[in-house]
Design a protein around this ligand. Structure first.
Ligand code: ADP
Ligand code: MG
Length: 163
């Protein structure tokens, strides 16, 4: 099933996933939240690396495995979180997520784990494995007015990877 606020994409190499994410650069702003969902090795970190690089982050972006949140300075601040280790929603609330979200673009890997703690205004990026080893399928879902308003612009910016 697909809906008007859903965008289906595919890539065939990690460089393409980075380029896809980088193509969002003109469409993101302070306060934006992207939730990244997908199994280990799907490409959640690769996606984050692409967007961060496009935002002028020069520091290497790695999986925030030992910290819950990494902060990078680029044209915008990039907050990179991994919710995988968060076992209780209370812990997510302790993160002061809402305050974090006020400054920069925030990407949360495994965000679905803390879904009830996330604002109803975000871009959901769901990544699954395709047929070949390097094939990945993306479903982007706009949640809330902030992102729904940008769906047509997103579709245009990401046309190269349309599935
Ligand atoms: P996650 O953060 O979802 O666990 P990573 O981004 O850390 O995933 O790793 C993705 C792995 O899959 C990397 O080793 C990357 O080289 C590989 N890969 C192969 N094809 C793709 C693709 N199309 N997009 C993203 N990563 C890919
Ligand atoms: Mg990762």
């Amino acid at each position: 099933m697909s809906s008007a606020s859903e965008i289906r994409l595919r890539t065939a190499a990690p460089t393409q996933t980075r380029a896809l994410a980088a193509a969002l650069v003109a469409l993101v702003d302070d306060g934006d939240l992207l939730m990244l969902v997908g199994d280990l090795g799907a490409g959640k970190t690769a996606f984050t690396q692409g967007l961060a690089a496009a935002l002028g982050v020069t520091e290497p972006v790695t999986s925030p495995t030992f910290t819950l949140a990494n902060r990078y300075e680029g044209r915008l601040v990039v907050n990179h979180l991994d919710a995988y280790r968060i076992e209780a929603i209370e812990e997510a609330q302790d993160l002061a997520l809402i305050e974090l979200l006020e400054d920069g673009v925030t990407l949360i890997e495994w965000g679905d784990v803390i879904l009830p703690a996330l604002p109803e205004d975000r871009l959901d990026v769901r990544i699954t494995f395709g047929t070949g080893d390097d094939d990945r399928e993306f479903v982007l879902g706009a949640v809330g007015p902030r992102w729904t308003a940008r769906v047509d612009a997103l579709r245009d910016a990401l046309g190269e990877w349309a599935a």
